[in-house]
Design a protein around this ligand. Structure first.
Ligand code: CAA
Ligand code: NAD
Length: 281
């Protein structure tokens, strides 16, 4: 999918200029893969400090990539990093960043109102041909599309974390984009999201270590559910499950987790804040 994303033509729109809104863990990763596949990328966030941190993260992830990809030829690896970094510019002004954009990928906080406000605003600033995509984990794309005058050019591009390593991208269509998004040759066009929350957070017995080890050894997961929740971000996990609970208040799968709520209220958001279920240094 990442390859098709790189060279795709959507109704004769060649995707060359890509704007990523949100330079957190997902936005930085998406910027990295888009830049690595030759796109001209503008990464947008609220402050220069956040963008600096994102660029640093992209650079260190690229170093890990080239260590493997160019293990026999470190000089070519350095050239590759330089080329990719040259493909990424940053901007704190979303209006300016979308003026020549072919594709906008939104990767900001998992909150419908904030995403709708952003989509509505960008709709007035971006050229008519620009496609809007959201990386949302759980929110309906059609609700975001309804904030724009281009619902037929809105869709979901749901990348997985860590973006540079994960080979799957879910292409989420709405009723008005299903035909169009098929031209990306998606391996998946799904009406909703397939990601399943790690319910062990509130329903399992046993220590978190036991559960994580059990799922790794017994089910072949690369990370246990607590480890993965920390990796995703406990604030994001909470946004997702709170949103689902609003839609299905009686579904026991979406019942609130006291432990998750406590950790988030204490600012223990997982790996990104160096403490979540586990501590990180
Ligand atoms: N950038 C570049 N390379 C990376 C990387 C990154 N961010 N992370 C890992 N790697 C590569 C490196 O080559 C690394 O080798 P070095 O340490 O020498 O640099 C190699 O992967 C191995 O990494 P690790 O030793 O750190 O550990 P690992 O073998 O466990 O692999 C992992 C890391 C790929 C992240 C693996 O643990 C994994 O697949 N975990 C599960 C991730 C997952 O399920 N993601 C989905 C989350 S849910 C989601 O995203 C949807 C949502 O909406 C919330
Ligand atoms: P994050 O907290 O790491 O990053 C979000 C970034 O967006 C922050 O840097 C923040 O400053 C910025 N931001 C917030 N509002 C903004 C605005 N109005 N304009 C510009 N920038 C703004 O979050 P993340 O983990 O990267 O998640 C981003 C999105 O991707 C969410 O919708 C989430 O559900 C989804 N997602 C997350 C994961 C994951 O594993 N974390 C995986 C797939 C999808």
């Amino acid at each position: 999918i990442q390859r098709s994303f790189s060279s795709s033509v959507v109704r004769n729109v060649v995707i060359k200029n890509v704007t990523i809104i949100g330079g957190g863990q997902m936005g930085a990763g998406i910027a990295q893969v888009a830049a690595s596949t030759g796109h001209s990328v503008t990464l947008v966030d609220m402050t220069d400090d956040i963008l600096k941190k994102a660029m640093k993260g992209i650079q260190s992830s690229l170093r890990r990539v080239v260590k493997k990809k160019f293990s026999d030829d470190p000089e070519s690896g350095d050239d590759f990093i330089q080329k990719v970094m040259q493909n990424v510019s940053t901007n704190t002004n979303p209006a300016a960043a979308v003026t020549s954009s072919d594709l906008v990928v939104e990767a900001i906080v998992e909150n419908m109102k904030i995403k709708q406000d952003l989509f509505g605003f960008l709709d007035k600033m971006a050229p008519e041909h620009t496609i809007f995509a959201s990386n949302t984990s759980s929110l309906p794309i059609s609700d975001m599309a309804s904030a724009t005058s281009r619902p037929d050019r809105c869709g979901g591009l749901h990348f997985f974390n860590p973006v540079p390593m994960m080979k799957l991208v879910e292409v989420v269509a709405t009723s008005s984009t299903r035909g169009r998004f098929r031209s990306l040759n998606p391996c998946l066009v799904c009406p909703g999201h397939t990601w399943v929350h790690q319910r062990c957070v509130s329903v399992c017995h046993g220590s978190k270590e036991d559960i994580d080890i059990g799922m790794k050894l017994g089910a072949g997961y690369p990370m246990g559910p607590f480890e993965l929740s920390d990796y995703v971000g406990l604030d994001t996990i909470k946004f997702i499950t709170d949103g689902w609970r609003e839609k299905e208040p009686d579904n026991p799968l979406f019942a609130p987790s006291d432990l998750l709520n406590k950790l988030v209220s204490e600012g223990k958001l997982g790996k990104k804040s160096l403490q979540g279920f586990y501590k990180y240094s």
